[in-house]
Structure formats: structure tokens, C-alpha cells
Design a protein around this ligand. Structure first.
Ligand code: G6P
Length: 614
């Protein structure tokens, strides 16, 4: 949520900042800005709306702007104050000699503002960030030391933040710090970088260091110094980033979302690598450290997550209960944190998060940790804040996901839950060996089935074209595919803004059926198994109310032709593994509908990929 980038070196800072912001655009995109030092003066350039507007401003002033070799940039997802030029970062103080960019929320900004106004500071925006600019400037006036000014200011700030600051009286220097929001330093030759996330710098360097909470970095082109909040030096821990810059290219696809959907067969292979070699061998989860005896005795499991990760968690519940016989509760993190949850040291708490930075989920797992629970984190970012809270980790290995609508990371989470459930069942000896062997075999051949769907998308595209003009959409399923219906509906509403809802098919008759008529498409996820006939009956009921019926199925049953006007057929798969396959056509359906409607598929309005505020 929001993106920060900073650069100091011998190249044109604006080019590097804009490149970094482009790669962070998925984090928010309602306004953007950069601060540069041009001929010894800090100057701000800001634009409302998409980053392209800022790029145009830079282009129009390039002769002047290109002189600067130092700068900080920001892309915003508004929390305090509407998206506007005044509220866009960077922000400055009365004298305009300092500029600051900020991710997060300053919780005591109102109190600080009153104090600072009393000291003569004039506020020009409605943001909480502007208090940081005035506060650091006032500390700088006292100390004449930018690092010390930032250090003293952070003693007074409450909340979550990652900030980067420049000041024209301290030429060639960027100071940055963080608390409960990620910040990473990138090391180059005669140049250094800072960013709120790796994509901001991966094009320039793979040498990086993650800053810990309350650490402060002071960087010039040739030096990087880190201290803690008590002014003690911190040794640099430089690591080589495993990311490839190619992850940030669309590789010929029109949108990142389409590229990422097509990456899913390989993602499944990646997730399995090192964890499941053959169907005869046990699953290996090296970073799950929960004692085997303790695992056998677990009395309950709670899973917390948000958005798409919540849907992966719901599948996790289904399979862990089925394979291991342990009760599992799944709850949105935002609900979990505001009630008296029954969590103790015999509870395993699983946090699921693509980014590992979602504020609600971080708070939820921290609360559970305090109660003595073992914390297991399923995440795509082993380098994230949440991963650092973990006692056990299941890294999902989906690579960088750029599209705001999560697809491949969902697939990786779902597969990770199968591995975790099998692992637990093997430790607990709670499931017949042959059944586990069959399931493992099916997991190994799953990528080929996904590939089949991806090479034969005609029916999905036909369906998308036909239904793209509808205002509402219902997805129904039962059992293990109920979360598939929820996720299919979420994908559609996120990127096309169609009012799409997922229901348990059995619930249709208890209310939603009132909405059905010939203006309502109903897509039934109809995978062969325990609930196939039941969903078929529910679909009959919907058809009897003139709903426009679509089936997503692995059945060849010819009877379906009478009931459904469109049938999306996918390869046969066991019911228990079917959510991993059934979601792919729904991702594609949402993509093609949004594409037909001309929507901004990769950056849907009002959303951000990672939501770091509660
Ligand atoms: C945001 C994103 C969703 C994502 C959710 C949870 O709302 O737009 O796509 O599912 O956050 O994110 P997480 O990183 O915790 O999985």
C-alpha cells in the first residue's frame, strides 16, 4: 500500500525513481510525486491520478529535472485526505528545504499537528504525513543533523511507517527508517537505493538489506550507515535477492494478470519442488518446526487471512479437517482481532498472506503469539514482516505477482495447503496411505491439466463475451468448491466492477433466489463427487426462475446440455483436488470480461495489492 523509492548516485535520479514507481504501481495509484535536489534546491513534482501523469510532467521539464542525481519518490493509495496534488507525497515543511515520503499511518498525527501549528508550522495538506515533514524539520533546526532529526522525530511518532527524507542543507544524503512497514536498502557501485519493496530496485541491484523496525539508514552515493533507535551502529547484513527482473515484464502478454494466470502450471511445479518428489515419499516441509508430538496433540487450528488468501484458507480448513480430523476455524483477520478468541498454546494459528505485510493479519498473528500459540505463516514473501513473526513457515514460491488481482499466488497457497494437510496427516497417521499416495500423484500431474485449460480457452472467451454486459453475476458451489465460487466472484468484481457474489448452492433457495430472472447469470461449479447431484438440483431450481445458467464442470454428462446454455469443461480430477483446477477458468472468465469491458485489468480502481493499514 503506497510505494516508496529513493536514489542517490551519478545517474539521472528522476529516471530511476519513475522506473521504481512503475514497478511499485500495483501498491496504489491515485497520485504520485518525486522530490529532487536541483542545483542545490529541493523541488517537488506531483500529479494526481495514474503515474503516467507524473511521467508527463517530468518529460515536460526534463532538461531541468535530469540534472538531479538524488531524489525520493512515492506512489499513493489514499488513507488521510482525498487523492489530490496537495495530498500527494512528497511533503515538505514551512521552508520547503526538506521533503519526505511515507507509507503507513501516523496514529497521533492530530496531536502532533496541534503542537506543530502552535510552533508556527503551516499545513498545506490533509495528510498525516505532513506532520513528519514539519517534525523532522523542527528537529533539524535544533540539531543540524538529518539522521539525528529523523531519530528524534520517530520518538514522537506513533503508528506504522516507512519514510525517506532529503534536505537541501545536507546534500547527497537520504535518511530513511521504518516501523511496522517494510523498507529495503539496495547497494550499487557508486550509487544506493531505498525502496518499500524489492520491485523498486531489482532492475538496478540484487544486493539488498532489509531494515528492521526502528533502524535508521543514512546513505550517500558511496556509503550506507545503519543505526538503531538508541544511536548504536548496526552491522550491514547484505543479501543477494533471489528475484529476477524478468518477473516485472509482461513477456508479450497484454496484462500481467494474463501472464500470471499462464504461469500457474510452473508455479505448481515450483511449490512441489523439494517438498514432494514422488507419490511414494512423505511430504517434506523443512521450515515447519512444530514438534511432531505437539502436532499430534493439537486441539484446534485457527487460520487468519484476508481477501483471496482467506479463500485459500477456507480450502485449507476443508482438507485439514478431512485429512487430520482436527477442528479448524477460518476467520477474516479483521474480525479475529476485535473479539475474545479462544486461542491458547494448544492452538496452531496459521496466517496466510501473499504479501506478508497485510496489517490485519500481522496484528492477528501477533495477538495469537502473545497467547502462546505456535504461529505458522503461509506466504509468498519469506522476507516479510509476517514471516518474521513465524515459528514455522511454508513459503509458497509464486515469484513476484504484479497484477493487483491475485491469481498465481492463490494457486500457490492452495497447493501449499494440500502439502501441509498431507504433511500433518502423515505425522498423525490419520489417513490411509493409499489415499495419500493417489492424491500426491494427482498433485504431480496437476500442471498438465492446468495447461490443457490454458490451451483451450475458446468456451471461456465465448462465455465472457456473451455475459460481459450483465450487471450482476452469481457463482454457486458446494463443499470444497464453495471457496472457489467465492474466489471466482471476487476476481470478477475486483477487475470488472460487476456485482458478483458467491453462494453455497444450498443457500440459494434461502434468499438469493429472489433475485433470479433472465438478467441474472448463475455459474455453477459442478465437479464430480459427493455434492454433484445436489448442485444439479440447485441449478434446476435456478433455471426454473429463468436464470441464465453456466456450468463449470469435469463431467461429460450430456444431460447438462439441457440445463446450461454454456458449459465450460475442464479435465477430470478428484473432487478433493478440484479447487486447484476449477479456479483457473474462473480467473480467465473474470479477465476476459474485464478486458471486453475495457477495464484497467492490472490496476483496478480503489484497490491496492498489499494493504498495510488496518
Ligand atoms: C488486498 C489485495 C487482495 C489480497 C488481500 C490480502 O486486498 O487486493 O488481492 O487478497 O489484500 O493480501 P495478502 O497479501 O495478505 O494475501
Amino acid at each position: 500500500m503506497c510505494g516508496i523509492v529513493g536514489y542517490i548516485g551519478s545517474n539521472t535520479a528522476a529516471d530511476i525513481l519513475l522506473e521504481g514507481l512503475t514497478n511499485l504501481e500495483y501498491r496504489g495509484y491515485d497520485s504520485s510525486g518525486i522530490a529532487l535536489n536541483i542545483d542545490g534546491k529541493v523541488q517537488l513534482f506531483k500529479a494526481q491520478g495514474k503515474l503516467q501523469n507524473l511521467k508527463n510532467i517530468v518529460q515536460n521539464n526534463y532538461a531541468e529535472i535530469s540534472k538531479s542525481k538524488i531524489g525520493i519518490g512515492h506512489i499513493r493509495w489514499a488513507t488521510h485526505g482525498v487523492p489530490s496534488i496537495e495530498n500527494a507525497h512528497p511533503h515538505t515543511c514551512n521552508c520547503g528545504r526538506l521533503a519526505v515520503v511515507h507509507n503507513g499511518i501516523i496514529e497521533n498525527f492530530k496531536e502532533l499537528k496541534v503542537k506543530l501549528e502552535a510552533q508556527g508550522c503551516t499545513f498545506r495538506s490533509q495528510t498525516d504525513t505532513e506532520t513528519i515533514a514539519h517534525l523532522v524539520a523542527s528537529k533539524f533546526a535544533q540539531t543540524k543533523d538529518l539522521t539525528e532529526a529523523v531519530r528524534l522525530a520517530t520518538k514522537e511518532i506513533e503508528g506504522a511507517y516507512a519514510i525517506a527524507v532529503i534536505h537541501q542543507d545536507v546534500e547527497g544524503t537520504i535518511v530513511a527508517t521504518r516501523r511496522n512497514a517494510p523498507l529495503v536498502i539496495g547497494f550499487g557501485e557508486g550509487e544506493n537505493f531505498v525502496g518499500s519493496d524489492i520491485p523498486a530496485l531489482i532492475q538496478y541491484t540484487k544486493k539488498a538489506m532489509y531494515l528492521d523496525d526502528n533502524q535508521i539508514v543514512t546513505m550517500t552515493a558511496d556509503s550506507v550507515k545503519v543505526i538503531d533507535s538508541d544511536n548504536n551502529p548496526v552491522a550491514l547484513k547484505i543479501e543477494n535477492l533471489p528475484w529476477e527482473p524478468v518477473a516485472l515484464s509482461k513477456m508479450g502478454y497484454k496484462h500481467f494478470m494474463l501472464k500470471e494466470i499462464h504461469e500457474q502450471p510452473d508455479i505448481v511445479r515450483n511449490v512441489l519442488t523439494g517438498k514432494l518428489s514422488t507419490s511414494d515419499e512423505p511430504v517434506i516441509l523443512k521450515e515447519v518446526t512444530l514438534d511432531r508430538e505437539k502436532l499430534k496433540d493439537l486441539s484446534r487450528i485457527q487460520i487468519v487471512a484476508c481477501g483471496t488468501s482467506l479463500h485459500a484458507a477456507m480450502i485449507g480448513k476443508y482438507i485439514i479437517e478431512d485429512f487430520c480430523g482436527v477442528p479448524v476455524d477460518v476467520e477474516p483477520s479483521s474480525e479475529y482481532i476485535y473479539r475474545k478468541t479462544i486461542t491458547d498454546e494448544n492452538t496452531l494459528v496459521i496466517g496466510v498472506s501473499q504479501s506478508g505485510e497485510t496489517a490485519d493479519t500481522i496484528t492477528a498473528v501477533r495477538q495469537a503469539k502473545k497467547k502462546g500459540s505456535h504461529i505458522l505463516i503461509v506466504t509468498n514473501r519469506p522476507d516479510s514482516t509476517m514471516a518474521r513473526e513465524a515459528d514455522s513457515l511454508v513459503p509458497v514460491n509464486a515469484g513476484i505477482e504484479v497484477s493487483v488481482a491475485a491469481t498465481k499466488s492463490y494457486m500457490a497457497q492452495v497447493i501449499s495447503f494440500y502439502l501441509l494437510a498431507i504433511y500433518m496427516a502423515e505425522v498423525k497417521n490419520s489417513m490411509p496411505k493409499e489415499e495419500l499416495t493417489d492424491l500426491k500423484h494427482e498433485l504431480v500431474i496437476l500442471p498438465q491439466k492446468i495447461e490443457k485449460i490454458l490451451t483451450n480457452k475458446d468456451e471461456i472467451q465465448k462465455c465472457a463475451r456473451k455475459f460481459s454486459s450483465f450487471k450482476d453475476f452469481i457463482f454457486v458451489a458446494r463443499g470444497i468448491n464453495f471457496p472457489t465460487a467465492l474466489e471466482g466472484a471476487l476476481k470478477l468484481k475486483e477487475i470488472s466492477y460487476i456485482n458478483a457474489t458467491g453462494y453455497s448452492a444450498g443457500e440459494l433457495k434461502h434468499g438469493p433466489i429472489a433475485m433470479l430472472d433472465d438478467s441474472m447469470p448463475v455459474l455453477a461449479v459442478l465437479m464430480k463427487g459427493k455434492v454433484y447431484d445436489k448442485i444439479l438440483s440447485n441449478a434446476e431450481e435456478a433455471k426454473a426462475r429463468n436464470a441464465r445458467m453456466i456450468a463449470l464442470t469435469d463431467s461429460e454428462d450430456e444431460k447438462l446440455e439441457e440445463l446450461f446454455e454454456n458449459i465450460i469443461r475442464i479435465p477430470e480430477i478428484s473432487e478433493i483436488l478440484s479447487p486447484a483446477l476449477a479456479i483457473v477458468p474462473l480467473q480467465l472468465l473474470a479477465y476476459y470480461i474485464a478486458e471486453f469491458l475495457g477495464k484497467d485489468v492490472d490496476q483496478p480502481r480503489n484497490l491496492a495489492k498489499s494493504v498495510t493499514v488496518e
